[in-house]
Ligand binder design. Sequence first.
Ligand code: FAD
Length: 450
Amino acid sequence: MKRVGIVGGGPGGLMSAYFLEKLCDSPFEITLFEMSDRLGGKIITPCFKSVPLQYEAGAAEFYDYAHFGEDPLKELIAELGLSISPMGGSAVIMNGQILTNAEDIREHLGQNTYQELRAFDQRARNIMIPDEFYHSDHPEGSPDQVNNIPFNVLLSEIQDESAQNYVETLIHSDLATEPSLTNVAYGLQNYLMNDVDYMLLYGIVGGNEQLPRELAARIHATFRMEHRVCRIGKVDQKYRIESEFHGQNSTELFDAVIVALPHNKVPSVIFEGDSLSSAVQEHQEQFNFPAHYLRITILFEKPFWRSRLTDSFWMLDQFGGCCLYDESMRQPGGEHGILGWLLGGDTALKMSEWEDDRLIQAALDSLPEFLQEGRQDFLEGAVHRWPASVNGMPGGGVQWNHDRRHLPEPVNHPHLFFVGDYLFDSTLNGVLDSAHYVASWIATHLYEHH
Ligand SMILES: Cc1cc2nc3c(=O)[nH]c(=O)nc-3n(C[C@H](O)[C@H](O)[C@H](O)COP(=O)(O)OP(=O)(O)OC[C@H]3O[C@@H](n4cnc5c(N)ncnc54)[C@H](O)[C@@H]3O)c2cc1C
């Protein structure tokens, strides 16, 4: 019986196990190491302390690509028997005004700003058509011209200041980094995702965390919870994983290993031997574009904004541009209101050092004037800090082919794989593609002789 070790019990590790079990005909067993006491990683749907109402503290929405003919993540969610509900939002709040369409922009920002925005939109669509957008995480998918130019260069072509602010407000929280720290390809993906020709959005009814929960329920792996993997090496033809559980270290041998960790957690593992450690170092450098999130979620007595704002989310020109989710829309029919602020980039990183109370105050202060009266309905606030937890230029600057992304050292370590959203597009769709790629490889080659 071949043994596969999986490091990390987030979506990447769970999807790898799930696909491996689906794709592999030959007998094998999986051991999955998770350092915390829960599975699911950055998909987390907790409850408030005072009222048992849920909110999304990590991944907020799923990206729907079904109109391109295939959408493996949506298919997986359906296969797991989970229901989905569409999400959407067109409002941008700038200077205290709600802008939902061209007319609003013309009226509140002026004809010049409107024309500049139209010109930028046309330029963005010309650079990346929907098909290129869908394939942009493939090495051959997006042309070099968009991979090599920093995104702020494209933004600086917008002459009008309000038009530039509008675009930055619109994308900052999805980008999770600053325009100068990413490229045109990733910047445009985050701009164009607001266009229904390119992408739609949905959430899982009852909470996004049901995805990892349902995956875990179907996997026949041995789960080593609270086991932090600290060292990976090779002994003869086997891979050795050393993990630490409540201060005790132990080792196990495997025929193949999948490291399903986010980019910022890879350095916490020691990779033994010169060839492996330098290959992993090179892998780290290729994808070293840390991006940051900060979530502040507030429970209110009622959804006081609903007379003016009825979408699942809207954008706000505060904190360098942030997204405000109406989390209470996910649980229709309730009396309470829940707003979730998603801050991204440098502001999120800097403010992650603030105390919770100060962050909650800052979130309330950021509400536009016409919603300030809602502060009196405040019941409880929660903060989730995600510094360096996502990637601001997934796939790296110069694109590597898929084998190289997933297999850092093929010569001496042909069965030591990496899985991550940072190898594709920093999303759950990307981590699924990555997990599927590695699972297919192992399923095909595990029983071949080397
Ligand atoms: C605030 C926020 C919002 C997001 N919004 C979206 C969104 O709307 N849509 C979308 O598609 N994606 C979104 N994402 C990204 C999405 O969460 C990731 O794509 C996904 O979680 C990546 O899965 P993963 O398994 O690679 O990593 P993770 O989810 O980080 O899971 C990694 C797991 O490994 C464990 N671990 C770490 N180190 C060790 C170790 N040494 N040993 C053992 N276990 C270890 C961790 O405890 C964790 O459980 C968001 C992320 C954040 C932070």
